[in-house]
Design a protein around this ligand. Structure first.
Ligand code: C5P
Length: 316
């Protein structure tokens, strides 16, 4: 009997959180806190990070392992956002920070699709569930915002308007499913350096941001009209990303020539998002990129996708 009990798997929780694309990203002049005011429309897409939190012996501390594409590019120490999420939750709840985290990467690394933010959102929910902390949702969202501007959106998912640093969210109404193909580069771009280049290029000319500027885009979402959405895609960080990575211009061009409904750099890049008419068309756009040899990998997905959710939970 005792032998059977000791062979039982330790309690663990598996949680999945989506990556995102910014359908619109408007950036204002940098503030005294070093952050830029944003007016953005996020859409979660069906590329998911998975975080498994497993119980360990008391006093073991936090440990972290990573698998999946580009896993070798991900830090496995306390600088990892998932690690920081577990540590923050423990600190705020007074619980012991003892957990083994495993990340399965499904979102391009350092690609402007918030893969690291998804890890943080998933780790918060996984540890909250494993430790039976029962942190009320608003507090979880506050911790998410402390960890990074994109983390609250990964908790929420679907489509939402983001203001402030991008962390103040209002869900947006959409109809139907949108099909995407994402073209990624082996070497990522650092978000702070893209914002810095934005400052150098736009400087004090950066205008104040207003979500009302995206009225047409919001209408396209409500109507489920991918053609209108394609025309309305917009990213103020695109010139900065192109300046740092001039070869991205060709990625945009190839997708446009292949009939994409719209093409835009995703967030701070270097991932390029191409909107397609259908799942099949998304695959064709990816094939055009591969044939032109302008991206290192292609990832087809659809949006909107749900926010962070528990997939499985093995109880005590
Ligand atoms: O919040 P997060 O850590 O994801 O942001 C990474 C960096 O991106 C920040 O340190 C800042 O340099 C830049 N950023 C910004 N304005 C925002 C969001 C991020 O300047 N609204």
């Amino acid at each position: 009997m005792s032998a059977r009990l000791s062979a039982a798997p330790p309690p663990s929780v598996r949680v999945r959180a989506p990556g995102k694309v910014n359908l619109a990203l408007r950036v204002g002049p940098v503030g005294p806190d070093g952050y830029h005011p944003l007016a953005t429309i996020f859409q979660a897409v069906s590329l998911f990070e998975e975080v498994t939190a497993t119980q360990v012996a008391p006093g073991s501390g936090i440990s972290l392992t990573v698998s999946g594409p580009q896993a070798e590019a991900v830090p496995t120490d306390e600088t990892n956002l998932a690690w920081r999420a577990a540590a923050l939750l423990a600190e705020r709840t007074g619980l012991a920070a003892d957990v083994a985290l495993h990340l399965t990467k499904g979102v391009p690394v350092a690609g402007g699709m918030a893969g690291g933010s998804a890890d943080a959102a998933a780790a918060l929910v996984a540890c909250d569930t494993l430790w039976e902390a029962g942190v009320p949702r608003p507090e979880l969202v506050e911790m998410a915002a402390e960890l990074g501007a994109d983390v609250p959106f990964s908790l929420l998912g679907h489509t939402a308007v983001g203001t402030g640093r991008g962390d103040l969210l209002t869900p947006a109404m959409t109809r139907g499913e949108f099909h995407w193909c994402f073209g990624t580069q082996r070497t990522g771009l650092s978000t702070p350096s893209v914002f810095r280049r934005f400052d150098e290029l736009a400087g004090s000319r950066a205008s104040t941001v207003d979500p009302a500027d995206d009225a047409e885009l919001m209408h396209a979402l409500r109507a489920g009209d991918p053609v209108a959405l394609g025309t309305a895609l917009h990213n103020d960080l695109e010139p900065a990303a192109l300046d740092l990575r001039p070869e991205l211009a060709e990625v945009l061009e190839v997708a446009t020539e292949a009939g994409a409904l719209g093409v835009v750099v995703s967030g701070s890049g270097p991932t390029v998002a191409a909107l397609a008419r259908s799942r099949q068309h998304a695959l064709a756009l990816g094939a055009a990129w591969t044939a032109a040899d302008v991206v290192d990998s292609i990832w087809c997905a659809s949006g909107p996708a749900p926010g962070t959710q528990v997939v499985t939970s093995v109880a005590r």
